[in-house]
Design a protein around this ligand. Structure first.
Ligand code: R2B
Ligand code: URA
Length: 301
């Protein structure tokens, strides 16, 4: 049997903490409530992460160790949004899984990732895998395809994540461990969903940093956009663009926790900028990486 993977968090943490943005403290029986967590799954939208929690509830055969809202007797049990009181993020505990929303961009994502890393640490969890499940713009990829990030690049197309700490820039490795990605690809194959491993551009902005021409402000022309996108694709093998993977992978690497990023492409950026897909089609694409991760959890829980 393999030794448990040891999380490496800030050695200055003293065990008394208030996780302000998710509204939990070390006084809240964290070990009793969360020590069985093995998967922390995060995505941008609160409603999508509630749906994911419900999907996991069904896929795992209605596990007992969930947190429910108190409802009038006779009503269907509803998973409790544990982040509701703090008012920033939604998150749910269902069996060995936490499903959490992280908002848009590294700034928003990193805050809840810090607090979920600390939560799992204070709860005494072992061998936790962190997975970001999201959407992205594909480069020459058929929309509906899921990309499993291997190397995440910054908006300047650098293969690392730059963290500013006390006024200094520090570069951290943003290459994902490939083990979970390969296993997720297998799950995609089982479900018949298109998926591939590739590099991801992770930007701090949806419009100009991703070379869009349809922002309210724009400092370049179509030719510059196409040169940029083609350079990303041809020179760096970048398959998709999104806004959190570099920070997510770098933080998980620093914390020594296993991680993966799986994002479905919802637009082919070689063909256009605008996401004009119908609500139904978008939802069916967004469901794909969720179903792939649910299958991964089902076969590993
Ligand atoms: C993908 O979609 C969001 C922007 O629309 C952002 O969170 C991301 O990474
Ligand atoms: N999310 C992004 O960040 N970019 C896209 O093009 C689509 C989704």
């Amino acid at each position: 049997m393999n030794a448990a993977q040891r999380m490496t968090l800030n050695s200055q943490l003293d065990g008394n903490d208030f996780l302000y943005h998710i509204g939990l403290s070390t006084e809240d029986d964290l070990a009793e409530r969360f020590s069985d967590v093995k998967f922390v799954c995060m995505g941008g939208k609160p409603e999508r992460m509630r749906n994911f929690a419900n999907l996991i509830y069904d896929v795992l055969g209605r596990p007992k160790n969930c947190e429910f809202d108190t409802v009038a007797s006779g009503d269907e049990l509803e998973l409790k949004d544990l982040g509701k009181a703090a008012g920033r993020y939604s998150f749910f505990k269902v069996g060995p899984v936490i499903s959490a929303s992280h908002g848009i961009g590294a700034a928003s994502m990193s805050v809840i990732l810090h607090e979920l890393l600390k939560l799992t640490h204070y709860a005494g969890c072992t061998d936790v895998t962190f997975i970001r499940v999201g959407t992205s713009g594909g480069l020459g990829i058929e929309p509906g395809t899921s990309i499993l990030t291997e190397q995440a690049y910054t908006g300047q197309v650098e293969p690392f994540y730059t963290q500013v700490a006390c006024g200094r820039e520090i570069k951290y490795d943003s290459k994902a461990p490939l083990d979970v990605a390969e296993r997720l690809r297998e799950c995609a194959r089982t479900l018949g969903h298109p998926a591939m491993v590739g590099s991801t551009l992770s930007t701090n902005d949806f419009f100009e940093e991703q070379g869009r021409l349809d922002g309210a402000l724009c400092s370049y022309k179509e030719k510059d956009k196409m040169e940029f996108i083609k350079r990303c694709h041809d020179k760096f093998g970048i398959k998709n663009m999104e806004m959190e993977s570099a920070c997510f992978i770098a933080m998980c690497n620093r914390a020594n926790v296993n991680c993966a990023v799986i994002c479905v492409t919802i637009v082919n950026r070689l063909m256009g900028d605008v996401i004009s897909t119908s609500h139904e089609e978008l939802k069916s694409w967004e469901d794909r990486p969720q179903n792939i991760v649910a299958e991964f959890i089902r076969s590993n829980a």
